[in-house]
Design a protein around this ligand. Structure first.
Ligand SMILES: Cc1cc2nc3c(=O)[nH]c(=O)nc-3n(C[C@H](O)[C@H](O)[C@H](O)COP(=O)(O)OP(=O)(O)OC[C@H]3O[C@@H](n4cnc5c(N)ncnc54)[C@H](O)[C@@H]3O)c2cc1C
Length: 325
C-alpha cells in the first residue's frame, strides 16, 4: 500500500531554498519515518546532509548531466518514475515558479489530484491528507480533499515552521533511464533579473513601494530602509508598469504572491488587487499620509505620515538599535 511522502524541490549548486526544509519538516510530522526527498541538477549531491537534518529519511539525487537544465516534461517523467520506485501516498512541491510549472505536469502523468498553493496540509480523521488554500485572491480559504489514490500538494513558502531532526538521509538510487535529447522543452539559459536581489516569494522581510514614492529616483529611500532591515524590495503594479522598478518587483493578484514575516507597504493605497498578494504576510506595516487609505484596514501597524520623513527616520533608528546591540 502507498505510504510516506515524496518531497520534490529545486536546488542550485547545492543551495536549497528554505521552502524545501519547510516541506520536509511538515512531511515528517504527517508521515514520520517515511519521507523521501527528490532533487535535480548540478550540486544535488551536496544537499544530502542538509535535507536529512530537516526531515528526509531517504534522498534521491538526480545530479547527472541529463538533469542539469530544467525540462518540464523531462523532470515530470523522472518524478513519475521515482513515484513508481517509492510508492508514496502523497507528493509535495514548492509553490514557487519551478513547482508551479512541474507539479501540474506530474499530476497529469500520474492521474492524481493536485491542490496548489496550500497554506496548510493536515492529516484528516479518515487518515488521508487534507489541505487549506486561499481562494478568491486571498479573500477566503478553502478546505481541499483529494479523491484520487495519490495526492499532490504544492506549498506556499514561508508558511510552515522549520524543524531540525538531526539525522542523515540515506541515498536511494533511482535511475529513470531518461535521455535529455528526448525532452521536448529544455531551459537553455537563465538570465538573472535586474537587481539580482533575493527571491520575493521567499523573503522574510519586504519593503514595498507604491505610487506615493512619486518618481523612480525616490526608490532610493526604500532601498536604504531595505538595507537597514535586511529586506527584499517589492512594489505595487503601477510602479512596475511605469518602469520605475523591474517587473519582478510587482506584487499582487497579477504579480507575485508573498508571505514574509514583515511587509512594509510604503505609499501604497491598499487596493484589493494588491492585498491579494500580501495577505499571507505575518505583519503588515503601512506608511501612508492618508489616514483613510484602505491599507490601514489590512495593516497590523500603521504610521500616518509623509514617507519621505518617516522612512529615513525608521532606517536611522534601526541602524542605531543595531549599533547599540
Ligand atoms: C485586473 C487588475 C489587476 C491588478 N493587479 C494588481 C496587482 O497585482 N498589484 C497591484 O499593486 N495593483 C494591481 N492592480 C491595480 C490596483 O487596482 C491599484 O490601482 C494599485 O494597486 C494602486 O497602486 P498604488 O497603491 O501604488 O497607487 P495609489 O493607489 O495611487 O496609491 C498611492 C498611495 O500613496 C500615498 N501617498 C502619496 N504620497 C505619499 C507620501 N508622501 N507619503 C506617504 N504616502 C503617500 C497615497 O495616500 C496613496 O494611498 C490591478 C488592477 C486591475 C484592474
Amino acid at each position: 500500500m502507498a505510504s510516506g511522502i515524496l518531497v520534490v524541490f529545486n536546488q542550485e549548486g547545492g543551495r536549497v531554498r528554505r521552502v524545501a526544509y519547510e516541506m520536509l519538516s511538515l512531511a515528517q510530522k504527517l508521515a514520520p519515518g517515511s519521507i523521501t526527498a527528490l532533487t535535480f541538477g548540478e550540486g544535488a549531491d551536496q544537499v544530502r546532509e542538509a535535507v536529512g537534518r530537516y526531515g528526509a529519511d531517504r534522498v534521491i539525487l538526480l545530479s547527472s548531466p541529463t538533469y542539469h537544465r530544467y525540462s518540464s516534461d523531462g523532470f515530470a517523467q523522472a518524478v513519475a518514475q521515482a513515484v513508481e520506485a517509492v510508492d508514496p501516498e502523497a507528493l509535495f512541491f514548492p509553490a514557487n515558479a519551478w513547482g508551479k510549472d512541474l507539479a501540474p505536469r506530474v499530476a497529469g502523468l500520474l492521474g492524481a489530484g493536485l491542490a496548489s498553493d496550500c497554506t496548510e496540509v493536515h492529516r484528516r480523521e479518515d487518515g488521508r491528507l487534507g489541505a487549506i488554500r486561499p481562494i478568491y485572491a486571498g479573500k477566503a480559504y478553502a478546505r481541499v480533499a483529494i479523491d484520487s489514490p495519490r495526492q499532490i500538494f504544492s506549498l506556499r513558502p514561508n508558511i510552515q515552521a522549520v524543524e531540525e531532526s538531526g539525522r542523515a538521509a540515506d541515498v536511494l538510487t533511482v535511475d529513470p533511464g531518461l535521455d535529455a535529447s528526448s525532452f521536448q522543452a529544455v531551459v537553455s539559459e537563465v538570465i538573472q533579473s535586474q537587481g539580482g536581489q533575493m527571491e520575493l516569494t521567499e523573503a522574510d522581510i519586504i519593503v514595498s513601494g507604491g505610487r506615493g514614492i512619486k518618481a523612480p529616483e525616490n526608490f532610493k529611500v526604500l532601498e536604504d530602509l531595505a538595507e537597514a532591515v535586511g529586506a527584499a524590495l517589492g512594489s505595487s503594479r503601477p510602479v512596475a508598469d511605469e518602469g520605475w522598478v523591474p517587473h519582478s518587483y510587482h506584487i499582487g493578484q497579477t504579480g507575485k504572491v508573498v508571505s514574509p514575516t514583515v511587509y512594509f507597504a510604503v505609499g501604497i493605497s491598499g487596493a484589493i488587487q494588491h492585498l491579494a498578494g500580501i495577505s499571507g504576510s505575518k505583519y503588515i506595516v503601512a506608511i501612508n499620509n492618508d489616514p483613510d487609505a484602505p491599507i490601514f484596514k489590512a495593516a497590523n501597524y500603521g504610521i500616518v505620515g509623509d514617507l519621505f520623513k518617516v522612512v529615513p527616520a525608521l532606517a536611522n533608528e534601526v541602524r542605531r538599535i543595531k549599533q547599540d546591540a
